[in-house]
Design a protein around this ligand. Sequence first.
Ligand SMILES: Cc1cc2nc3c(=O)[nH]c(=O)nc-3n(C[C@H](O)[C@H](O)[C@H](O)COP(=O)(O)O)c2cc1C
Length: 307
Amino acid sequence: MMISLAPMEGITTYIYRNAINKYFGGIDKFYTPFLTASHLKGRELRDVNPDNNDPENLIPQLLVNDSDLFITITKQLQNLGYDEVNLNLGCPSGTVTSKGRGSGFLDKTNELKKFLDDIFDRTPISISIKTRIGFEFINEWEDIAEIYKNYPIKELIIHPRVGKELYKGTAHRDIYEQMISYLKGYMPDTLFTYNGDITTIDDPYYKKDSIMIGRGLINDPSLAYKIKTGNDSFPDFKKSFILFHDELLNNYVTEMNYEDQVVKKMKELWVYFSKGLNIDKKLTKEILKSNSLVSYKNTFNIVKQYI
Ligand SMILES: Cc1cc2nc3c(=O)[nH]c(=O)nc-3n(C[C@H](O)[C@H](O)[C@H](O)COP(=O)(O)O)c2cc1C
């Protein structure tokens, strides 16, 4: 069974990926949140820099709709030691889709075909795709499948919602099944990966050969371990969680220029941790109210006793 951590912009930074891997494990593959700039520098470069990552189990993701730009960035990634790049055809954010990128590329089938023809022709490394099943309507999956079946896609990760649904409702798993049973006949060498709404080991979809998990793993960083071992608890979870937390905090303090940025980053994580940790929600709300690094640390020192 293959488990990958879904890319989540602002959350699954190299600091986060390294910490979850070190303290909880169980994850086979990691993806960077989307990269967009033509020249890798600053935060984007740090996130793919081999000094901070193991290129063997990290796949950088690009969110672009211009084939020259795709190839320009891919060549820089190849020089850093990467042999695979992932194309984001799923992002539902209005600012992205209005520019015809992410899931906003899925209903522009002629442009999409031209783009895929070009990148599969000219990209020097393997290409995988992370996709939704459409932009506006569920039945768009049929047109999209007609396109994908023509390309040597290394891995096709399908999140079965349409872009317009954002993260609402539940994933259309019936459509996922229809889509892969159709595509498997045409794409025998492609790995098909399911992504969407897996948050516990009670979900039968965790038994798929290849799954990608996002929010479920941020809520509970031990979820991949639980899935892999079949145990419903992680040994000495409290100790590992505190070490994991402290490493995240210390590394963000080192990386960021301002304490406010660190507090904001940690609070973003607590939106998820508060769902996964079995502690009083009033306590986790206190963390979300912290307005300085000192108050954040003081509150965490109280909260951690209850983990
Ligand atoms: C805050 C946030 C940021 C995300 N950033 C990305 C991203 O950079 N690239 C991407 O392909 N998907 C991104 N996603 C989508 C996730 O990778 C994943 O497809 C989605 O959360 C569904 O999986 P889940 O139900 O396991 O969370 C993001 C989702 C969230 C909630």
